[in-house]
Design a protein around this ligand. Structure first.
Ligand SMILES: *Cc1c(COP(=O)(O)O)cnc(C)c1O
Length: 421
């Protein structure tokens, strides 16, 4: 079972809110390091294994620096993510550029930084060649189409995904790239998101390993690495069992021994591009209950809104909520926990059994460390919150200040208007 235990106590949260007003995102350095070490140890059997953290999940240089110290690389898909990674010190093959619908400018920058380029589509060979020529090391992204199932359970629908090349295009792309001077090949696929089974990575790995063996036979390409990408999820609800990263690493090892080793490909290096698994559980939002409303339902209005965390509104995602200081109180009330947007999907929880919430209570929204702040937006003129880091020493560091109205208005030229804060 996943234990939904905040990494902050009420006392700590009160000390923090005396300095930094709610709402804010906060990340747990010790947790981030422990997760990175667990992932690295689960794949330590594969020499050269590297987790390229998906920068889009938590694009903050202080977070990226911690991950770099733990031996991770950076997975980017835009100009600014490349710039951020460069600023943190990621260089050359410490960067994976896994983008789609990519521009020449983006390819040119990725290539200048020495990143490994992962091609989403066969037509991008032309774009890449025009941008910077074909590098010696190149990766191609595969989609098998259809439904992706583990046993009887359909996990996702690659047939509906905009990403990747078909099986036939993969062979063609490898041949073309080889003809244009590519020497070291990689293979990548991302078939299901936020999975909660130890079988996702092993199942995906087996598909990629078998495909790699075929591709080598068909094209003679020297396949150096296979990128299992992201998709390992988190147990968001208290009753759900957590993924076991050691079992996942072991499952991938078994597929490797059964498929790659007998094919003479026992020197292939494995890469990952995990985002959510690395940071999700190591971040939270702290927000204050500011109103209660009793109409046809019971509402708790908090000072965060969907602009701080879009996932419940966008995906109906469940995020556990702890009322700090009431961890052991009975959940004998049922609430909708809502923000202040003029948008009715702005709800962090719907019909949620919780302890009684009083105005002024601090609510801790779990598992917001990945795809949380980074999916934020400014609808209704709401400002993005601060990001804080709880250091290993227990200290608090402001790693991104909260936006001010000035930030919100920064892209207008106000010379024709008169604005007052
Ligand atoms: C988003 C993304 C990831 C990370 O996904 P998670 O679900 O956070 O693990 C990895 N690789 C690519 C190409 C992505 O687009």
């Amino acid at each position: 079972m996943s234990e939904k235990k905040p990494f902050l106590t009420l006392e700590q949260a009160k000390e923090i809110t005396a300095v930094y007003p709610t709402p804010f995102h906060i990340y747990d350095e010790a947790g981030i390091r422990a997760t990175a070490r667990a992932v690295n140890s689960a794949f330590a059997w594969n020499p050269g294994f590297r987790e390229y953290f998906a920068v889009k999940a938590t694009p903050n240089p202080y977070i990226l620096r911690i991950l770099r110290e733990e031996g991770c690389g950076a997975d980017c898909s835009s100009d600014t993510e490349l710039m951020l990674s460069e600023a943190v010190g990621f260089a050359g093959e410490e960067i994976m550029f896994s983008s789609n619908n990519t521009t020449e400018d983006e390819f040119a920058r990725a290539n200048r930084q020495g990143a490994i380029i992962n091609l989403d589509d066969i037509t991008l060979i032309e774009t890449l060649e025009a941008a910077c020529g074909i590098p010696e090391t190149i990766c191609c992204r595969y989609t098998p189409g259809g439904d992706f199932a583990i046993g009887n359970e359909i996990m996702d629908q690659p047939k509906e995904a905009k990403y990747g090349m078909t099986r036939a295009q993969l062979t063609e792309a490898y041949k073309i790239l080889k003809g244009k001077g590519a020497r070291r090949f990689g293979l990548h696929a991302f078939l299901a998101s936020n999975t909660l089974t130890n079988d996702y990575y092993p199942t995906l790995a087996r598909i990629l390993f078998e495909t790699a063996v075929e591709l080598k036979k068909e094209t003679g390409a020297d396949i150096k690495f296979i990128n299992l990408s992201g998709g390992i999820g988190l147990a968001c609800r208290p009753e759900e069992p957590d993924n076991d990263i050691m079992a996942i690493g072991e499952g991938v090892r078994r597929a490797y021994e059964e498929v790659l080793v007998p094919a003479g490909m026992g020197d292939v290096t494995l890469y990952a591009e995990l985002g959510r698994y690395m940071l999700g559980g190591n971040g939270a939002i702290v927000t204050r209950a500011q109103h209660e409303k009793h109409t046809y339902k019971e509402y708790i209005g908090v000072d965060a809104c969907a602009c701080n965390l879009m996932r419940p509104a966008m995906y109906g995602a469940y995020h556990h909520i702890t009322v700090l200081g009431k961890e052991n109180a009975p959940c004998d009330h049922v609430y909708d926990v809502v923000g202040s947007l003029c948008e009715n999907n702005d709800k962090f929880a719907i019909d949620r059994a919780m302890p009684q919430v009083d105005r002024g209570d601090l609510l801790y929204i779990h598992d917001t460390g990945a795809h949380g702040y980074s999916m934020g937006y400014n609808y209704n003129g709401k400002l993005r919150s601060a990001e804080l880091l709880l250091g290993e020493d227990g200290g608090i560091k402001l790693i991104r200040r909260a936006e001010t109205p000035k930030d919100y208005f920064a892209t207008f030229d106000f010379s024709e208007f008169d604005i007052h804060e």
